[in-house]
Design a protein around this ligand. Structure first.
Ligand code: GLC
Length: 418
């Protein structure tokens, strides 16, 4: 089987009827940002299926506009916490928090690939994206500062990043829900978040559920509140892609509102730059400080269209590469908190690489963009379609036959992102 056929076969095998699970058993439902990347993978060979992926994700959208992190289309005992613990009344059941909003970027991408044949699908989806971006503003930035708040590490998609360590300390470890992890039955616990982090993750779920998933209350009471540089960069990028869609499908008033948000976000995202570390950082919204750890999320403002620091950030990547560290480690390999095998504390993730490479290419940093793409292709070529990769010995870790890794490999194989 060729490499392209192998990647396509993974998407087909993980297809559960119009939606793609991240991988069998470990993640048996539809995940938000996974599906956005997976739709971009599907469109390389099956545009109809790419649109279905997006439409099925939107079956989980709440009336207020939230596109949840997980849509529980069909029951499964393989994952904790399941729908009963979230206690959300939506049909189909969902979790109650967002994930990085890659969706508008994916819709624009799929439409551009599909061309005129995709216009009616995109037109029907467009208002749902508008509603979702309004949710980000209303629920997570009611004072219109331009920076969206994150209330749970799972919302960042980078669950146990060391960037969250200090802010998580404020979250009690007591839970009302009994913790019955399933992930460590599938995967070596050394490669997964620690138990104490899970207690805090579940404490937050308990707390939010008890507000009845009231967005305003959650924002007021959450002991964990950060402006994640990754989420905010992805959101700014998504606003630009939404604006492009609005040129075709939207009203003058919608375009004006989106443009205004973009202008504001460009300024505040630039404000997450830290001179001392020479990196974009997340901000702790309770302590008020920038969080002093370099992570792969700190490269994403380039993907958001902020190009003024691209040269400096590209040089950092080239420095790591010169030391034979595979790009892009999720945590700075020189940081005390770096753990090359443990999930978001060191390993390389293909989707993050795709965004970084695309941003670098758009910023004119072609050579480094090509390095990031080439490293990603090499990791997958040597280790397979793993969930993530050890940047030091290049081993594949976590789940296997992973959908978003296959999707990114299809895109990079075609030169997308280089
Ligand atoms: C993990 C990852 C998250 C991803 C999910 C499904 O929770 O941290 O980013 O969306 O798995 O693959």
């Amino acid at each position: 089987m060729s490499r392209i056929e192998a990647a396509r076969a993974i998407l087909a095998a993980n297809d559960r009827g119009g939606y793609t699970v991240p991988t069998d058993r470990l993640y048996p439902f539809q995940w938000n940002w996974d599906s956005a990347f997976v739709a971009m993978g599907w469109v390389t060979f099956d545009a109809e299926r790419a649109w279905r992926e997006i439409e099925r994700l939107l079956e989980g959208q709440w009336q207020d506009g939230l596109v949840p992190q997980i849509v529980f289309h069909a029951p499964s005992d393989d994952y904790f916490p399941g729908p009963d613990i979230w206690g959300v009344t939506h049909k189909p059941p969902t979790s109650g928090i967002p994930q990085p909003p890659v969706l508008a970027t994916a819709v624009r991408f799929v439409l551009e690939r599909h061309g005129a044949a995709g216009v009616e699908r995109a037109r029907a989806i467009y208002p749902r994206l508008v509603l979702n971006h309004l949710w980000w503003q209303r629920a997570r930035d009611p004072e219109a500062t331009g920076l969206a708040a994150t209330l749970h590490p799972w919302e960042t998609g980078m669950d146990n990043s060391p960037a969250w360590d200090a802010a998580l300390e404020r979250v009690p470890t007591k839970t009302r829900t009994e913790i019955r992890r399933r992930d460590t039955g599938h995967i070596d616990p050394a490669f997964r978040p620690r138990g104490i982090e899970y207690q805090r993750f579940v404490h937050l779920v308990d707390l939010f559920r008890e507000t009845g998933w009231n967005a305003r209350r959650m924002l007021d009471i959450s002991p964990f509140k950060v402006a994640d540089v990754g989420t905010n960069a992805i959101l700014l990028r998504a606003e630009r892609d939404l604006l492009a869609l609005a040129e075709q499908f939207g009203s003058t008033a919608e375009r004006a509102a989106i443009s205004e948000r973009i202008a504001r976000k460009e300024i505040v995202l630039a404000g997450l730059w830290d001179d001392a570390l020479g990196h974009y950082l997340s901000r702790d919204l309770i302590g008020g400080n920038l969080i002093p750890v370099r992570t792969s999320a700190g490269f994403l403002p380039i993907f958001a269209g902020l190009h003024e620091r691209a040269r400096e950030l590209a040089a950092r990547l080239e420095g790591w590469r010169a030391r034979n560290i595979a790009l892009v480690p999720s945590t700075d390999p020189d940081a005390a908190s770096f753990e090359p095998q443990r999930y978001w504390r060191g390993p390389v993730w293909a989707v993050v690489n795709w965004m970084i490479a695309r941003g670098l290419r758009e910023a004119g940093e072609e050579a480094t963009a090509a390095s990031v793409s080439a490293d990603t292709r090499r990791l997958v070529g040597e280790a397979g379609f793993s969930e993530y990769f050890n940047p030091m010995d290049r081993a594949g870790i976590g789940g296997e036959t992973f959908s978003w890794t296959a999707a990114i490999d299809l895109l990079l194989g075609e030169g997308e992102g280089r």
